[in-house]
Design a protein around this ligand. Sequence first.
Ligand code: ZN
Length: 357
Amino acid sequence: MDGFETNEGVILIAATNRPDVLDPALLRPGRFDREIVVPNPDLAGREKILRVHMRKVPLASDVDPRVIARGTPGFSGADLANLVNEAALLAARRGKRVVTMSELEDAKDKVMMGAERRSMVMSEEEKRLTAYHEGGHAIVAINIEGTDPIHKATIIPRGHALGMVMRLPERDQLSLSRKKILADICVAFGGRVAEELIFGHDQVTTGASSDIQKATRMARAMVTRFGLSDELGPIEYGENQEEVFLGHSVSRTQNVSEATAQRIDAEIYRIIDDCYRRAHQILTDRMDDLKALANGLLEYETLSGDEIVALLKGIPPVRTPYEEPEPQRGPGPSVPQAGVPRSGPGGIIAPEPQPGR
Ligand code: ZN
């Protein structure tokens, strides 16, 4: 920077979350010489960060930081510190002397998806619907190639979701293949299709709105950004580019013709329609599995990926007697509190918003 010639040995370091809105004068040559981008840690980084924070808490021998690291894509260092802290609190609350894998898992779910809301009143019918909806996601995920393995399926409401199926990537995803995106769109429709197949066209709920949003965004990105549509070719269609200045959009440029915009819409529709049909086909073929899994979810509420695989082979999960994790909760139905919406790491969880009413 200007004026530092006489002060040799001075290093000036600055950090920002919004490099897009910096005054270009600051970035001229001779001002800040190096720009270092610090992204959220990758799998190996998360494992090391976890090990650092875990040093401060007594751990059971079953704790594997790598498994936790795998399940926390997109977490920042601070998120990971928070996770270990939550796990320690949970262990203390449960009267344990050491933090076990189960506390870390529960803490991860809490940090990612909000606290469980066991006290929320759900009618039997809503539970059944949620079980089939989540079961639908899971069965499509199991029967389609190229998607991430299932980590957990649950019908216990958390945060804003009535239930969810979590899938875990084997490693951090740096790029996505066409096959994987299409498989993910199919999985996203699994919930809606299952509702339709089991409860009929008229009983389909608003529960799939976030699935539909996610699927539409992926399909749109395939066509307009990733060049993955044969119909429209490897071209970036920069529709509604917005110039962002200090968080406010100040200008919009439209650089696709009306005719192209129509072709883009038609192609998005085709992708969505194909995936919907594939999900429909899988669930029709695997109706017995869907029913078995939905019943399993109704009985056990939460099933791990391994338990789901076993359940579909007819082996019921083994459960140790239920331990009350949060004993301070009051009995009886309570008013569901509005949880703070959290934006989970993309693509891993499929939270369902509550049906609006
Ligand atoms: Zn869903």
